[in-house]
Design a protein around this ligand. Structure first.
Ligand SMILES: Cc1ncc(COP(=O)(O)O)c(C=O)c1O
Length: 462
């Protein structure tokens, strides 16, 4: 009751006007203490140039991939599409704070208000726009949980491009409704590994029951795009330009925290390839690099512990070794993570930008078991009302850990986390959790060693 009285008259949602939408994306590269190591051509071992990437990406995105400009203007057409769901709300989690009895203040940025239900369209509309502008008529992509596939299908539909989605087979089976959503936005969708590409067929021959992985689905989409002039490849995470497009999240959050009269001591996000985490965290990391004290925490699944247990190494972005070699934390390109329900976090690598910032000690990481994550998701849904995506629930779990540690130390923190998406298409996962059927999988040492053999003989980063 005491808490409730304190809350009366206090604000829950911090909203920006459409006119306050950020006009540029924030590029963290010029602010980083250590520069990125180059992406290498696997054949020559030399840094890749624009011509190597031109068959897969439009020139504007290739330029953004290597840009050292601090700000990149957002085209008006993209801003117009953003205005369908942006700016997104920032909430003070009063009820969650009460439920756990913490002295800390908890805020969250909610990206689930976009039409597909996550942060993914922030880059999907930008990528579709530049591809259309440079004359491509079709995009090919992969999707894990289905969030990225639906975001790109949505963007292509609104911008006027064809779209082909290779969906990781386990998710294709677990999430028939995401499939229909992708089809509703006019995209073609197949389970991966599929019979439609050479690499899909090769994997099926060796492992007919393969549940698929993001690494495999990326191979299929890259092969598709490389084989057709009308088609470009589109990636929903990992690459510099994708993380760049997501920085609208953090820029809005900086302004909204100001409206709330607060600034975070701790910034938290879940990490698959790293795009929603970067989107929220990078504008705050700019402040940290400038000397402000902020704890920046990346949350990942124990079944795919790329940042906490992987190596920083050159590795392929996909299973069939079609991509350039990328300097990043990795578990090895042929690692197939256990079929946990946070499908969007089942990727063997992490964005080079995040990997480098972890190496520089600016970001720390923790890994969690899925039953603990779902327990936190249900606690959150029971207090704040929103049913989170299993991926986003990792950030909720991380937040609860930080609040608990602060309470135990007799301290209070201002915590901000990214609620990257809702879980309305993840009810099968919740069904399994309630039925006690979710397996807790922590990656075992033997499998990790086996998978890391795949990177032996590849160039070693400095
Ligand atoms: C809701 C949600 N959050 C997080 C992720 C993880 O991706 P990233 O690390 O690029 O944000 C996904 C991926 O599909 C997702 O759907």
């Amino acid at each position: 009751m005491q808490q409730a009285r304190t809350r009366a008259g206090s604000q829950t949602k911090f909203l920006l006007e459409e006119s306050q939408l950020p006009r540029h994306w924030y590029n963290i590269r010029p602010d980083m203490p250590t520069g990125l190591q180059p992406v290498l051509h696997p054949g020559t071992g030399q840094p890749v140039g624009p011509d190597d990437l031109a068959p897969l990406f439009p020139m504007e995105l290739i330029g953004q991939e290597v840009s050292e400009d601090a700000e990149i203007a957002i085209p008006d057409e993209v801003l117009e599409l953003y205005s369908l769901w942006r700016p997104t709300p920032l909430f003070r989690a009063w009820r969650l704070e009460e439920a756990i009895g913490t002295r800390s203040r908890i805020f969250y940025k909610y990206e689930g208000v976009s039409p597909p239900g996550s942060h993914k369209p922030n880059t999907a509309v930008a990528q579709a726009f530049y591809n259309k502008q440079e004359g491509r008529t079709r995009l090919a992509t992969e999707t894990g949980a289905g969030q990225w596939g639906s975001a790109l299908a949505f963007a292509c539909k609104l911008i006027g491009l064809e779209c082909k989605v290779y969906m990781v087979k386990i998710s294709y089976e677990q999430k028939p409704n995401r499939r229909s959503m992708i089809q509703a936005w006019g995209a073609e969708i197949v389970p991966s590994p599929s019979e439609e590409t050479q690499c899909g067929r090769a994997i099926l021959e060796e492992h007919p029951d393969s549940p698929g992985s993001l690494g495999i689905a990326i191979s299929e989409a890259v092969e598709d795009a490389a084989g057709r002039d009308d088609t470009a490849y589109s990636l929903g995470s990992v690459l510099n330009h994708v993380l760049l497009h997501q920085t609208v999240i953090g820029q809005e959050a900086v302004a909204q925290m100001e409206l709330a009269g607060a600034f975070p001591d701790v910034v938290i996000g879940c990490v698959g390839g790293g795009s929603n985490f970067a989107g929220l965290a990078f504008p705050f990391l700019r402040e940290k690099i400038a000397g402000r004290e902020i704890d920046v925490l990346a949350c990942e699944p124990a079944a795919c512990p790329t940042l906490t247990r992987g190596l920083f190494a050159y590795d392929f972005g996909d299973t069939s070794k079609l991509t350039p070699l990328v300097p990043m934390h990795t578990l090895g390109h042929d690692f197939v993570p256990a079929p946990i329900h946070a499908g969007g976090l089942r990727y063997h690598g992490v964005a080079p930008l995040i990997s480098q910032l972890v190496r520089d000690g600016l970001i720390r990481a923790e890994a969690y078991l899925q039953n603990d994550v779902f327990e936190s998701a249900v606690l959150f849904a029971g207090s704040e009302g929103i049913l989170p995506a299993p991926e986003a629930a990792h950030a909720i779990h991380g937040t609860l850990q930080v609040a608990k540690e602060a309470d135990e130390a007799g301290e209070e923190r201002t915590i901000l986390f990214n609620l990257s998406g809702h879980g309305h298409f993840d009810m099968g996962a919740y069904d399994n959790y309630f039925a006690g059927k979710l397996e807790d999988v922590a990656l075992d040492e033997d499998e990790m060693e086996r998978a890391l053999h795949a990177i032996e003989g590849l160039p070693v980063p400095a």
